[in-house]
Design a protein around this ligand. Structure first.
Ligand SMILES: Nc1ncnc2c1ncn2[C@@H]1O[C@H](COP(=O)(O)OP(=O)(O)OP(=O)(O)O)[C@@H](O)[C@H]1O
Ligand SMILES: [Mg+2]
Length: 264
């Protein structure tokens, strides 16, 4: 479903600030894989997402999504098959538009301009149905501006927006990191439910080792622009927070002292 082959990306090449962010990164995902992505600050996790989404064209390597070579395709083209959510709940939705208007955006974005199509009664019923699944009472507040919602509520709606048309790939970049622990747990549960029901191939970056183990069917560890651990099947089934930290230490040869990786 997703084939990343030998990706290289250097920022500010040839200057004193040169940074090799991706150094021959390769990854092959099957349809429906739900992969958790871990690694220290600056390991290249978000850069890998940017490469997949087409924020930049990589210096080397190949990117294939569902059989289609995307290596030189612009981000606007790739956006049609990629859903992406960031850490900041304030991004990803339009604050002055209502919940239902925000949920209608994905339907319009493939056509010229936003709100090409009016929201029909059927759309509204569907939005009400998906919102009620969040169990946040938002189905009764579909006309309130999304800017008035809490961060967790807003992130949950952003998740619906990103998945309402069932993308081929879903990229979650620490999407619960800015939420309080209980809300984060709820948004993670909603994420799991949507990803599993819709069988969306998903990559989720997290600094929470426990979530990395608990969610999904595969865990990869990025370090210095490459994948250094790839755990799936039986090896992953028996994984604990301690054993994963031990593997990480073996790979890195150091502790997490300066990392914001959470240990619980
Ligand atoms: N647009 C850019 N210009 C210059 N350097 C960049 C750019 N984007 C990323 N980098 C550098 O590439 C390296 C990898 O950054 P990246 O954002 O991918 O890390 P990350 O693994 O997502 O880290 P974090 O956990 O802190 O989010 C870092 O050293 C970063 O400073
Ligand atoms: Mg990042």
């Amino acid at each position: 479903m997703l084939e990343l082959t030998n990706l290289h990306k250097t920022f500010a090449a040839g200057t004193p600030n040169e940074k090799k962010a991706l150094k021959g990164l390769s990854l092959s995902l099957d349809a429906g894989d739900f992969v958790t992505v871990i690694g220290s600050n600056g390991a290249g996790k978000s850069t890998m997402f940017n490469a997949i989404a087409g924020t930049f064209i990589t210096d080397e390597g190949k990117i294939v999504i569902d059989g289609e070579d995307m290596t030189f395709k612009p981000d606007t083209y790739r956006a049609k098959c990629i859903g992406r959510i960031f850490q900041d709940p304030m991004k990803g939705s339009a604050p002055s538009l209502s919940i239902e208007q925000n949920l209608a955006i994905p339907y319009s974005s493939t056509k010229k301009g936003i709100f090409h199509r009016a929201i029909s009664k059927k759309d509204r019923e569907y939005f009400r149905e998906v919102l009620s699944k969040l169990d946040m009472g938002l189905e009764d507040r579909m006309n309130v501006p999304i800017g008035t919602l809490s961060g967790g509520q807003r992130q949950a709606v952003t998740l619906l927006m990103a998945t309402i048309l069932t993308p081929k790939i879903l990229l979650l970049d620490e999407h619960t990191a800015a939420l309080d622990p209980l809300t984060a747990e709820k948004v993670l549960a909603i994420t799991k439910e949507i990803v599993e029901t819709k069988k969306i191939t998903t990559l989720m970056i997290t600094h929470n080792i426990a979530s990395a183990i608990e969610l999904g069917n595969r865990t990869i560890l990025l370090d210095d622009g490459k994948i250094v651990l790839d755990l799936k099947g039986d090896e992953r089934k028996n994984l604990t927070v301690d054993s994963l930290l031990k593997m990480y230490r073996e790979v890195k040869g150091k502790n997490f002292d300066n990392d914001r990786m959470l240990l619980s």
